[in-house]
Design a binder for this molecule. Structure first.
Ligand SMILES: *Cc1c(COP(=O)(O)O)cnc(C)c1O
Length: 425
């Protein structure tokens, strides 16, 4: 059964960032519940990934499943051109209510990457509407990750992103060094020197700055100082540059605040959310903007985006259920528990010779290795210890479901430390 599924998969399918000629190990999942993934061979793994930040309530949560069933019994999808429905309206109202007041207009997208494309197009169309079409470039920091579609790729880190492979296809954007100060470090005036110089030289060409608040996710899992974000936003605003935040990874509590921007008490003009939005059940993203941005955009007509499955009712219904479930739970205490147990459990990794740094913020625990590991061996060693943790480059990191118990977290962190000790000698 197991070999059968794996070999059928291997015959025809792609996996994320995978090669078909150099195949990585693959584990068939037959069931998932709570914090557990059940493999075809009967083993149960404790989930340390929340399926890439998304499954914050764990798997097969009855509230989410009920929301999906109820909506299936009404209708699964209708086009959003010329039609509307309760799941979309209610989710839109909810997102407006839980985000800062100026963000009051919601565009539903199919995924995080599409939400980023929408944000970028909003910024560009806004400047068309404002009669400054020359503002057609984006400013961003190195070390970022914003998705895999073309617009999103153009603002990902130029070295770890895919700029090398797709150079002639990608828009040329303006990069500054990644934020220097770590989360606890204090900001120095020179930390923003490059940003100041870029704004001075090309401020009038810049449509917007785009950044992941506080946590740079897939671009390196780094946590930077709230003061940096506040200073960056202030500088960009002083040159009229729009501020776009990508909270696709950090939104819905992961860093200990509902949105990471709250660490710095700053508000963007445009905000992208995704990943945990549906509690890991369906693909959905959303891009929120201010009334001022929305009106600027519409001076040149309609906003030019409209996916076939826009505001899919199943996705919207389950997203609403997931966000309401989150707000009803003691989620701050949940994330603090994750932070405490990840810090305690990963502390031992700091003493391993192969480890460069251990860092934890909210429900994110990161072990950065000094050198790239043997990824297949490390992944297998983690699974053999009963945890689902997926290393990426030199990063072995966990962002477990918020419902993880101390015992779950102990399995995840001891698997990380043990596997690194075994494989990365
Ligand atoms: C995952 C991610 C995206 C892309 O979202 P997809 O749903 O994978 O397209 C964009 N930005 C950030 C910060 C992300 O973590």
């Amino acid at each position: 059964m197991r070999d059968d599924l794996v070999s059928r998969d291997r015959a025809h399918l792609w996996h994320p960032y995978s090669s078909i000629t150099d195949q990585a190990p693959l584990w068939p999942v037959v069931d998932a519940h709570g914090t557990r993934l059940v493999l075809a061979d009967g083993r149960e793994l404790v989930d340390g990934m929340a399926s890439w930040w998304a499954a914050i309530h764990g798997y097969r949560h009855p509230v989410l499943d009920r929301a999906l069933h109820d909506q299936v019994d009404r209708f699964s999808h209708v086009m959003f051109g010329g039609l509307t429905h309760e799941p979309a309206v209610a989710l839109g109202e909810l997102l407006v209510r839980i985000t800062p007041a100026p963000l009051n207009r919601v565009f539903f997208a199919d995924s995080g990457s599409v939400a980023v494309e929408v944000a970028v197009k909003m910024a560009l169309q806004y400047w068309q509407g404002r009669g400054e079409p020359g503002r057609d470039r984006l400013l961003t920091v190195r070390g970022g990750y914003h998705g895999d579609t073309a617009g999103a790729m153009s603002i990902c880190d130029p070295d770890t992103g895919m700029h090398g492979l797709f150079r002639s296809y990608l828009a040329q954007q303006v990069f500054v060094d990644r934020p220097r100060p770590g989360y606890e470090d204090s900001l120095r005036p020179e930390d923003l020197d490059q940003v100041r110089a870029v704004l001075e030289e090309q401020g009038e060409r810049l449509a917007a700055v785009i950044i992941e608040p506080i946590v740079q996710g897939a671009g390196g899992m780094r946590f930077y100082a709230p003061d940096y974000l506040r200073a960056l936003v202030g500088l960009c605003r002083s040159y009229g540059v729009l501020v776009l935040f990508d909270e696709i990874a950090t939104g819905f509590g992961r860093t200990g605040t509902l949105f990471a921007m709250e660490h710095a008490d700053v508000v963007p003009d445009v905000l992208c959310v995704g990943k945990a939005l549906t509690g890991g059940t369906m693909t959905l993203g959303a891009t929120l903007c201010t009334q001022e941005v929305a009106e600027g955009i519409c001076r040149v007509g309609g906003f030019m985006h409209g996916p076939t499955f826009m505001a899919n009712p199943l996705a919207c219904a389950v997203a609403r259920a997931s966000v309401e479930l989150l707000l009803d739970r003691p989620w701050q205490a949940d994330v603090q528990r994750l932070e405490r147990h990840l810090s305690e459990g990963l502390a031992a990794a700091a003493d391993l010779p192969a480890v460069a740094e251990v860092r934890v913020l909210g429900g994110i625990g990161v072990v950065e290795l000094a050198d790239p590991p043997d990824a297949a061996r490390l992944q297998t060693a983690l699974v053999d210890r009963g945890a689902w943790v997926r290393p990426f480059g030199r990063l072995v990191y966990a962002m477990p479901p918020y419902v993880s118990t101390p015992d779950d977290l102990a399995v995840v962190t001891s698997a990380m430390v043990g596997a690194i000790r075994e494989v990365c000698a």
